[in-house]
Design a protein around this ligand. Structure first.
Ligand code: NIG
Ligand code: FE
Length: 401
């Protein structure tokens, strides 16, 4: 039994089993000067002056308790780094030029293949600790730096191992369709991808495809995602990162769990995704790291009623594990209100990962909670650039990452 005592605010989206959209995204429930009681990994109650004499207590006076952050889109498992590419970008080279020249994803593929499983675990664990320390309690992790069967499975095994470390809970996604390898023909790789699906489905809950010019076409993406669905996997898509290239529309056609990026999506695509029951996952770190000001049209999406979640996209191009940073970018660069950003970083992300027991603070819900050293939840975005998380609780356990 654990009792969080006397929080200035307990702030949470309302418990819901469907993602919040439109005005509901901004309707945070606030309990002032309140306690949160936790037993057997679950929230028991929220209220003033709760009386549990035997409980271990955490003093939350003057602080804010929010649900643990859910990061529903990362490429956390990789080896090496690409700091030199930041300089190239500053000199005017585009992300796609760098990829076409064998850099970008392909560079990380070479470094990830060269690392043995132990090295890959070690490098990735460091990032998982950073994520947990900055408040992420559930994290999606994609493969996609192997681009051949054994190497993709190696990444997925590392993701599974990460999930066993008592840090943020890991949800795995197979993303062999992240780029076309430079050592296999297009047709051959597409065939290999379909052959990988049964084994990938043993290790990964979802399948994702980078549907974009320079990566996979709409038809290739459709074929692969349909095969993944046959193999029992849930579906996600990287879509419309650089313009409305048909990826978002395909996501709607297939009713994928989430369509991610959407920086270039048109209103028609946004409405189609809404009607398909898909959540839009926005990744404002990505345009930031691309030195672009083309952020996803979040206000248009909220107005259209598309439920939004936020994610880091943590990868060697966009290198942050911090959901606080992402919420701040969402507020400062996409116009989300602090309350909307909190909903997008918690409940909506959890539901986009098919987890309907977390992301809100309510009786019976999983006790994934953060005690933040701020006087008001809005300081999570207003006061930017530092880690506000003081205590991380995952499944009712205090985690020291
Ligand atoms: O989501 N766009 C494709 N994949 C990643 C980038 C991965 C990389 O550059 O290594 C993304 O932005
Ligand atoms: Fe991504």
């Amino acid at each position: 039994m654990l009792l969080l005592k006397g929080a200035a605010q307990v702030a949470s989206p309302p418990a819901s089993d469907s993602p919040l959209a439109g005005d509901a995204m901004g309707r945070i429930e606030l309990h002032t000067r309140s306690d949160v009681a936790i037993r057997n990994g679950r929230i028991v109650e929220v209220g003033r002056k709760l009386d549990y004499p035997d409980a271990e207590t955490i003093d939350a006076r003057g602080k804010v308790v929010v649900p643990g952050f859910v990061d529903p889109h990362t490429h956390l498992v990789w080896a090496g780094s690409r700091e030199h590419e930041l300089e190239w970008k500053l000199q005017g080279r585009s992300y796609q030029d760098i990829l076409a020249d064998g850099g970008g994803i392909l560079r990380t593929v070479r470094e990830t293949r060269a690392a043995d499983e132990e090295e890959l675990r070690e490098q990735s664990l460091k990032r998982l600790r950073n994520a947990t320390r900055t408040g992420t309690t559930t994290i999606e992790v994609k493969s996609g730096y192997g681009l051949q069967r054994e190497e993709e499975l190696k990444q997925l095994r590392v993701a599974r191992w990460l999930g066993e470390q008592g840090l943020a809970e890991v949800v795995s996604t197979f993303m062999g369709a992240h780029a076309l390898p430079d050592d296999t023909s297009r047709a051959e790789y597409l065939e290999q991808l379909e052959q990988m699906l049964p084994d990938a489905a043993e290790l990964a809950e979802y399948c994702d495809v980078f549907c974009e010019e320079g990566a996979f076409t709409v038809d290739e993406s459709r074929r692969l995602l349909e095969a993944a669905r046959e193999a029992g996997m849930g579906l996600r898509i990287h879509a419309d990162e650089f313009g409305d290239s048909g990826g978002g529309t395909l996501g709607a056609e297939l009713s994928v769990a989430s369509a991610d990026h959407l920086a270039g999506s048109t209103l028609d695509t946004i409405e189609a995704l809404r009607d398909a029951g898909t959540t839009g996952i926005l990744l404002p770190g990505t345009p930031l790291a691309l030195l672009s000001s083309e952020f996803a049209p979040a206000r248009k999406m909220v107005a259209a009623g598309l439920p939004l979640a936020l994610a880091t996209d943590c990868n060697p191009n966009c290198y942050t594990e911090s959901m606080q940073m992402v919420m701040q970018l969402a507020v400062f660069r996409m116009g989300l209100m602090p309350a909307e950003a909190l909903t997008a970083a918690t409940l909506n992300g959890a539901l986009a990962l098919g987890r309907s027991n977390r992301g809100a603070i309510a009786p019976g819900w999983r006790a994934d909670l953060l005690v933040c050293d701020v006087p008001d939840y809005r300081h999570l975005t207003y006061h930017f650039g530092i880690n506000h998380v003081e205590t991380v609780i995952i499944g009712g356990r205090v985690v020291n990452a």
